[in-house]
Design a protein around this ligand. Sequence first.
Ligand code: PLP
Length: 466
Amino acid sequence: LDIANAPQNGAGETSALAEKHLVQPWPVAGSIGAEARGAIESGDGIYVVDGEGRRLIDGPAGMWCVNVGHRRAELAEVLHDQAMALSYNSPWYTTNQPSAALAERLAAHAPGDLSHVFYTTGGSSAVETALRFMQFLNNVRGRPEKKLIVSRQGGYHGSTYLSASLNGRPRDHDWMDSATDQVAKLACPNPFRRPAGQSEAEFCDRLVEEFRALIEERGPERIGAFIAEPIMASGGVIVPPEGYLRRMRTLCSEHDILFIADEVVTAFGRLGEVFASKAVFGLEPDMITFAKGVTSGYFPLGGVMISSRLLESLRQSNHSDAMFAHGLTYSSHPIGCAVALRNLDILEDGLLDHVKAISGYFQKRLKSLESLPLVGEVRGMGLMACIECVADRVSNNPLTLDLEVGKRIDRHCQELGLLVRPLINMCVMSPPLTISTAQIGDMVAILDASIRRAMDELVREGLWKG
Ligand code: PLP
């Protein structure tokens, strides 16, 4: 297939039908149920083709998920072959080979004693599972008051009720209910936004101190879990200060608070490792949630790695009849697990090494965009990065700037051949892991030209002094 000339039939019809009948994710009231989002027609490698036939670099790899790239024949074959062998079995009372084989391989990659996995249908259900497991554990252990969940401002953990209650990005809760009585939020560990005059080390001390104070205030006997993305992804690729995660882990261990690492984005190669917690951050969590890259988006699958120590403590409890009343029809789905096994082969067969080899170049080239006056900071790690725009570089203030500046940059990028995931004043880059140095060069050149265009526009419209 020559994807540059891929057929575009029906793109207009797709959008029209969507506008008439689809309720899209994250809509605003003014256009809910009546919104036409641009069609994507096909994909190949790091590229997708949109409804107008334009070939675009898939900057966000879908939603941080198409890690091995689009149109992998070996994954398509597995989807077909597994569907023909066994398309589904009930995990309530049977088991299938791919889920067991995958569990063994995931356990071999997971840190510490995280030797078991509970499969879900995606990231939200993985986080929800981890939280319900913590609640169940503490109920069985006879301490039903130890349930409070601690998350952070800027974090994102999902769209089910309890997982969404943990979210801390702007606008996440403006119009939505949440379980406020079950959640406490700490400050965002964003070094770029630390108080003026504070060193990064001092900033880190303050963050750890804040957690210590919260534990003291609420009482360790009331706090069940701390949940953190090792690098906050959709909050803007926030890389925490050195040592922060390990120190938060220590506090958790001291007070018997479970540390849940939400690796929905950071696992499966994004940082060059299958799981990043230990390998990149020196961290051994009690649970790790994952999704997205586990199947590179070819099938909806997620899961929670769970410490064998916790499972053993349940088996040894004096409530052997206590039921963990939690399970999904599609837990341990044979097709999802078969795809994940093949996806893991691809990662282990050179792709993780490729990420390790190319990440430095990726970060260095993107960092060069900091020479543009609209760019306040380019930050990131591995193959994830964020370009944050600011109105002026002294105050780093994004608020006086047109807050939709990310969307402007995205529009110009799309004209030039790059799909961006704009987040207010930020552009997030997390391309398929197969990206080459030449393709990174193309990506950065398009970003550079598009930011320049956006700067000209903002000055012309009187929104920015330049
Ligand atoms: N956790 C993190 C860190 C995420 O980035 C996401 C999705 O973006 C989720 C959880 C929720 O995953 P899903 O959308 O698959 O339910």
